[in-house]
Design a protein around this ligand. Structure first.
Ligand code: CP
Ligand code: NVA
Length: 306
């Protein structure tokens, strides 16, 4: 393998706090139309999707195009990875053709393996462990609507899943308060919680009312993530009482915003009046995926500096 001259984005702590702020500012310039460069001209992004996607696929594909480049959609039905070609071989071969690889898959180790053997930047588009692009889009939405995350309380109500884990990583890097309410057996990753301790105030409770009290940002996600469809019924029982509804939202700060990465199951983790109500910012949140990922690609693949 040649000398490593590129960087990957597999997890939020891959960027320093200062770099994250610069990334938000770059994404905001892109959102405001103040960025007209095409740093991906002549470049190609390979997008490997081992799981379904609407937002991630479309925002990366459109974002690459807007930056002057080209994106390839690779699903397991079409590429040999789906028939057992090793990840390391896929990484080495794709690196001979493309300038960056985005991957959405199951095991986080697979993304690390891909990054280890690729000679081009690798971007994590969701694993069972993390969803870093989404949480950066969420933080961009918090900056957009609350002016910043400093001094704010973020409440996570629900499964200690890839989203919750990435919120922990964000709190670890940026130091805001994070209150997590998860049922027993559905806690976020211990090693991430341990690492974040001492860098941010992070609390873990079984009581959604306690976590949401005074929160400025209220965030939830589906109870059964991709790959857990078989557990849907059991999870519906185990997550009873964790629905974010209007009554629960009343305990949050008056100017609190509601976020959800989508897709959402109305009537399960959130009621329709909340996700479709005045405090919801989910459409801006979805839009911000485009801006933050363009910023990430411009930096990792297009030579843009932070
Ligand atoms: N939020 C998100 O990642 O959506 P998709 O699964 O549609 O990409
Ligand atoms: N936690 C969800 C997020 C989907 C964007 C999942 O992994 O399916």
């Amino acid at each position: 393998m040649s000398e490593r001259t590129h960087r990957d984005f597999l997890a939020i702590p891959d960027f320093s706090a200062a770099e994250l702020v610069a990334l938000f500012e770059l994404a905001e310039r892109m959102r405001n139309g103040a960025y007209a460069k095409t740093p991906l001209a002549g470049k190609t992004l390979a997008m490997i999707f081992m799981k379904a996607s609407t937002r991630t696929r479309v925002s990366f594909e459109v974002g690459t195009y807007q930056l002057g480049g080209h994106a390839l959609f690779l699903s397991p039905r079409d590429v040999q990875l789906g028939r057992g070609e090793p990840i390391a071989d896929t990484a080495r071969v794709l690196s001979r053709y493309v300038d960056g690889i985005m991957i959405r898959t199951f095991a986080h180790q697979d993304v690390e393996e891909l990054a280890k053997y690729a000679d081009v930047p690798v971007i994590n588009g969701l694993t069972d462990l993390l969803h870093p692009c989404q949480i950066l889009a969420d933080l961009l939405t918090v900056r957009q609507h609350l002016g910043g995350y400093e001094g704010k309380k973020v409440a996570w109500i629900g499964d200690g899943n890839n989203m919750a884990n990435s919120w922990i990583n964000a709190a670890y890097r940026l130091g805001f308060e994070l209150a997590i309410a998860a049922p027993e057996g559905y806690e976020p990753a211990d090693h991430l919680l341990e690492r974040a301790k001492g860098h941010a105030k992070i609390t873990l409770t079984r009581d959604p009312k306690e976590a949401i009290e005074g929160a400025h940002v209220v965030n939830t996600d589906v109870w059964a993530s991709m790959g857990q469809e078989d557990e849907q019924k059991k999870r519906e029982r185990d997550f009873a009482g964790f629905t974010v509804n209007a009554k629960l939202m009343k305990r949050a700060a008056d100017d609190a915003i509601f976020l959800h990465c989508l897709p959402a199951h109305r009537g399960e983790e959130v009621t329709a009046d909340v996700i479709d109500g005045p405090q919801s910012r989910v459409w801006d949140e979805a839009e911000n995926r485009l801006h933050i990922q363009k910023a990430i690609m411009a930096v990792l693949m297009g030579g843009e500096s932070l």
